[in-house]
Design a protein around this ligand. Structure first.
Ligand code: ADP
Length: 281
């Protein structure tokens, strides 16, 4: 991949950018083999739960193909730029969701939410780089990154710019579960030295909100089996719940609105597993 070069930044500013990221205790990449499997939903609910537990959390939505975090969390705004006295380029200011949760999304910079992002590789790289290194996150316990899907150039740039140590959560669905897909994500994590916290199987069965009965629409259980076969942790299965779509469309936090559903309990179980893996005693 071609790098666009450092632009107007000095070497000291680039180093400062790397240090800003390196200073964040826990960096977690949310990855998936392809789009539409619930990667952003997992990332959004993960940060909401971490913030609700009292942690200071940042969510970076760098999914250049479909930055959906502003819609899911119901936040909007245009990030202000803060130029320091000695800086050639400005730092982007995050948008607060609560006092413990702040967000930066490519979606904030698009003219409208239906705008398609048509950029060539070097342009995407330079945007990803700016989003990772030139954002004023302040003091954070966790930075969760909603990565572009797949294992190509864009998630590779994200992983490399995040630096080490970083952790990853891989989201998949039962019907697209193929050894090849998940193996690619696992190989990707090893290659970029990101430690894989585990696999999440989303859209795993449907729990009827009326009778409570469960139907395995896309089958289920494949994620657990695959994780065992590949010797990676299995973090949990999240059932389909139409109220998750409803909450996302309304920009309200699903976990707060529907805390007693099986899907919310599944999210909380995954968050617990992530925290245990990221913060071993
Ligand atoms: P991705 O980030 O992988 O592209 P999204 O998180 O945007 O996927 O999810 C795609 C769509 O599926 C969204 O409309 C979202 O609300 C919906 N969705 C995701 N997970 C679930 C679930 N467990 N139950 C119901 N709908 C879901």
């Amino acid at each position: 991949m071609t790098s666009p070069g450092p632009g107007k930044q000095t070497a000291a500013e680039q180093e400062a950018g790397r240090q800003r990221i390196a200073g964040i205790k826990h960096r977690i990449l949310v990855l998936s083999g392809k789009g539409g499997v619930g990667k952003s939903s997992v990332a959004a609910n993960l940060v909401l739960a971490l913030a609700a537990q009292g942690r200071r959390v940042g969510l970076l939505d760098v999914d250049v193909h479909g930055p959906s975090i502003p819609r899911i969390l119901g936040v909007d705004g245009f990030p202000a730029e803060l130029a320091g006295p000695d800086r050639a380029s400005a730092l982007l200011q995050t948008i607060p969701v609560t006092d413990r949760l702040r967000v930066m999304s490519l979606g904030f910079l698009l003219e409208n939410r239906d705008t398609a992002v048509i950029w060539r590789g070097p342009m995407k790289y330079s945007v990803i780089k700016q989003f990772i290194e030139d954002v004023d996150w302040g003091e954070l316990d966790y930075l969760v990154v909603d990565s572009p899907p797949g294992t190509g150039d864009e998630p590779l740039s994200v992983a490399q710019l995040l630096g080490t140590p970083a952790h990853a959560v891989v989201v998949t669905t039962p019907q697209e579960l193929s050894l090849a897909d998940v193996r690619r994500c696992v190989t990707f994590c090893r290659k970029v030295q990101v430690s894989l916290l585990g696999l999440v199987e989303n859209m795993s069965g449907f729990v009827c909100p009326h009778c409570g009965g469960k139907t395995d629409i896309f089958k289920s259980g494949g994620g657990r089996k695959l994780a065992a076969e590949m010797n990676v942790p299995f973090l949990g299965s999240i059932p389909l719940d139409p109220r998750l779509v409803e909450a996302a469309d309304a920009g309200t936090a699903y976990l707060e609105r529907f805390p007693d559903t099986e899907t919310a309990r599944a999210f909380q179980h995954i968050v617990k597993a992530v925290v245990t893996a990221a913060e071993p005693e």
